[in-house]
Design a protein around this ligand. Structure first.
Ligand code: PMT
Length: 399
């Protein structure tokens, strides 16, 4: 997957430095040529020999090493990189780069490179929240540097909070996305994600289990491939992705309005949202009282079918729907593909373990209008998103 790509893996001094060894293994397995640069404090946590053995290349540690300069000087390292990936990246390293300090081999390489740079910060949660740190990260993001957010969990210092390095696989996925092609440059991709909520009264609603993870993964993958991305999201617990124009909605009717308002601008529309098909006919202005009732009936009426309406007026746009099924997956997916006039449908059996709502993985089949069916094994939603975009991009008209 990364054959012929050169990655400089920068390792700084944090307890998560050991995870960089697993990350290196994933990069090598994917075919990348990896050169590791370690700061002095990183060497307190893990020995350079580990990285040398895994990468098959000498590990670079010193800015003014005569031998290393002759073989592969720091400028040459910076020049040959397709990606500079720093994992873990300490607050100190990020602070230095944000303020133009290049006083060791790693900071010099970062400042001298024209390649994409991806930081995977890991630190104590108070340091992470410190406005000085946040200002440094924001400054670098504005300048076009990339970041993968640390995750919540128990930190080495005993605190619970945000600051942990994500799993090496997650960091690898982000690196892979950045190294991926720019095949959606100049295109606008509209993605919908998450559930909708249909209110019964001010405190109750009808909804479903969608977490938004599938749609957000598609939006991020499309952004990484150079697209302008508009994400229309129902209520979810995910952060708005950076570099994506996100429109928040609650109900199916709001999603309908938002989608119709921007659909004209899109070259590719992918509808991963789980839109409620029905809403209550009447929404109570006040909380409904149970009084002495034992049963209660809520009358429902149809919501607009957003995808079907897009299918009616899609023009040269490529339209991809999802089908969440609990039985007869292919039959129902085929019907939706035809009835909604789609170019492709992504079918998932949401009763299958590892597929559908909320989890981090999905098991999908792609059905195209020409009758083709492609079955994928269980994979992360990020991996599904990449393959989905490969297939959808191939359907886009030339030019
Ligand atoms: O969000 P996650 O937790 O990651 O879960 C992912 C997912 C299960 C939500 C996703 O993989 C998925 O299957 N999304 C589609 C869910 C769905 O509503 O499927 P459906 O078969 O009911 O609808 C078919 C298609 O029509 C969908 O593209 C849907 O967005 C669209 N639709 C449905 C109803 C409606 N009123 N308007 C629509 O546009």
């Amino acid at each position: 997957m990364l054959q012929g790509q050169c990655v400089i893996l920068g390792v700084t001094g944090g307890i998560a430095a050991y995870k960089a060894a697993e990350l290196l293994r994933l990069l090598i397995k994917a075919g990348a040529e990896v050169h590791v640069v370690m700061t002095r404090s990183a060497q307190e946590f893990i020995a350079p020999l580990t990285f040398q053995t895994l990468s098959g290349n000498p590990v670079h540690t010193e800015l003014f090493s005569l031998i290393q300069e002759q073989e592969i000087g720091h400028i040459s390292l910076a020049d040959r990189a397709d990606l500079v990936l720093i994992a873990p990246a300490t607050a100190n390293l990020i602070g230095k780069v944000a303020n133009g300090i290049a006083d060791d081999l790693l900071t010099t390489t970062i400042m001298a490179t024209r390649a994409k740079v991806l930081f995977a910060p890991a630190m104590n949660s108070n340091m992470w929240e410190n406005p000085v740190y946040q200002e440094n990260q924001a400054k670098l993001e504005d300048l076009g540097y990339h970041f993968i957010e640390p995750v919540y969990g128990e930190l080495a210092c005993g605190w619970q909070g945000q600051g942990k390095l994500p799993d090496p696989q997650e960091v690898f996925n982000s690196a892979q996305s950045l190294l991926g092609s720019n095949d959606l440059a100049g295109k606008t991709v509209l993605v919908t994600a998450g559930p909708t909520r249909e209110e019964i009264d001010p405190v109750r609603f009808l909804s479903n289990y969608s977490s938004g993870k599938m749609g957000y993964a598609i939006a991020c993958a499309a952004r990484n491939r150079g697209a302008r991305v508009i994400l229309i999201s129902g209520p979810v617990n995910l952060c708005e992705p950076k570099g994506v124009e996100t429109i928040q909605v609650i109900s199916a009717r709001e999603m309908y309005e938002a989608v119709m308002g921007v659909a004209e601008q899109a070259d590719l529309i992918i509808k991963a949202a789980a839109v409620a098909d029905f809403r209550p006919v009447v929404r109570g202005d006040q909380k409904l009282k149970k009084a002495s009732a034992v049963t209660m009936t809520v009358d429902l009426q149809r919501n607009p079918d957003i995808l079907a309406e897009l299918g009616q007026k899609k023009g040269s746009r490529i339209l991809v729907g999802f089908a969440a099924e609990t039985e007869e997956l292919l039959k129902h997916a085929r019907e939706k593909l035809a009835n909604k006039n789609l170019d492709m449908i992504v079918a998932n059996d949401v009763t299958q373990e590892g597929a559908g709502f909320d989890g981090d993985t999905n098991i999908v089949r792609f059905l195209t209008a020409d009758g083709n069916v492609e079955e994928l094994p269980q994979m992360t939603k990020e991996e599904v998103a990449e393959i989905l975009l490969d297939r959808a991009t191939a359907l886009l008209p030339e030019g």
